[in-house]
Design a binder for this molecule. Structure first.
Ligand SMILES: [Zn+2]
Length: 100
């Protein structure tokens, strides 16, 4: 017997729940100035019930070649990586709003 997704009722390999979840996130990407004028990139609005923030942060840190953390449901990356983060998340199927 194939594994059936309890949410959409399709077999796991056809499950679209995560895709739908991604499209429903309202993600904002912006930078904030921290102490000593250092910029951090903040990714806000991801629902941690749908998306594993630690995994996503790890992926973004690799793509941006930067350090970062997950704090209170937000991903923070050292430096200005708005554009890279925006591109990566879009490719993953997220709808993102990059603030300039
Ligand atoms: Zn499903």
């Amino acid at each position: 017997m194939a594994d059936i997704c309890p949410v959409c009722g399709y077999p796991k390999e056809l499950c679209v729940c995560e895709d739908i979840a991604r499209e429903q996130q309202n993600i904002m990407i912006f930078t904030e100035k921290r102490r000593y004028g250092k910029l951090v990139t903040i990714v806000e609005g991801i629902n941690p019930a749908d998306i594993n923030l630690d995994d996503l942060a790890k992926e973004l840190k690799t793509k941006c070649a930067s350090g970062g953390t997950v704090k209170q449901g937000k991903i923070e990356l050292q430096g200005d990586h708005k554009r890279t983060v925006g591109e990566v998340l879009k490719k993953m199927g997220f709808i993102v709003d990059v603030k300039d």
